[in-house]
Ligand binder design. Sequence first.
Ligand code: PLP
Length: 355
Amino acid sequence: AKSSEGTSSFKAPTPDSPIRICWNENPLGMSPKAQAVARETVAQGNRYPFESTGILQKLIADDYGLSPDHVLLTAGATEGIRAAIEALAAPDIQLVCPALTFDSAEENAKVNGITKITKVPMLKDWGIDLPAMKKAVADYDGPSVVYFVNPNNPTGAICKADEVEAWIKSKPAKTIFLMDEAYAEFADDKNFRSCSPLLTAGADNIILLKTFSKLFAMAGMRVGWAVSTPEMIGKLREKTASNALNFPAVKAAIASWQDKEFIKLSQVSNKTSREILLQALHALKLEYVPSNTNFIFHKVAVPLAEYQKQMKAAGILVGRAFPPADDYCRVSLGTPEEMTYVAKTMLELRKKGLV
Ligand code: PLP
């Protein structure tokens, strides 16, 4: 049945079936080709996925112009972050990261006995303070691992490629750059570039972390990858359970990687949703950080906990608190139909003074 929004698939949310825009998931669902092959592969669940895992690893490596020993498949980027931190952990190592970023590197550093964690305060516009990150590395005598999410989560902001690349190319002593580009394919700021060409050119101070969770809408399948030198990849591999990925997920990843139509749809849909939310933010005069991701970090005019409560009552789950940005909300981008509903709800809440 057609809903009032005029699309056949959109249904107004209910408390049991809310609009889930709190975890930076891709609302489209997996590529139909990936879904079909994952379903078929369940019937082969008795088999180890050795051959397909090799195919996926080679597909990815080919894309970077590198041999497969530069690539490690992981259970999401989460496992890649963990393996990298565990591989690099040493009593004297420093983790440098922006004060407001994905917290997985920091959490893993703590459980691996890394006591020197330098969190660099954000710029006023919630951008990453690159000179201060550089200083934190330069001021420390021991080895550093720099965790750099670009574009960043939860802010959605990019760091300019020219500046990031110049720092990496300057090869600061005893420093490894852990480059998390989970959201890179959603970036359209021309100052953003992936660091991957540096890896293709032979850089030995980068571990690039990637995921099938965002662009490819495969968060529940748990597939990611890391790219680095064969030596570094070998060290990361020692920190993972070998052969950990499941057969349907690997097959779905192969199909998704090759489904150019879905990739385009994923990017176009995200952009449309971003525009819809931006229009609402403009109408409500709420400040936001320009987004290069599948979420927008925007100010709220009432305490976040109150805003979350009101949105939840309207069937919409928005992001959690991200201190120190206490008056900001991170809203992931749902489908355009969902975001139209979200925008309408926000405007209604404003009339009641609740946003
Ligand atoms: N890195 C960043 C910056 C993220 O935001 C996320 C998840 O939201 C991840 C890594 C982990 O993603 P996954 O383990 O699903 O690949």
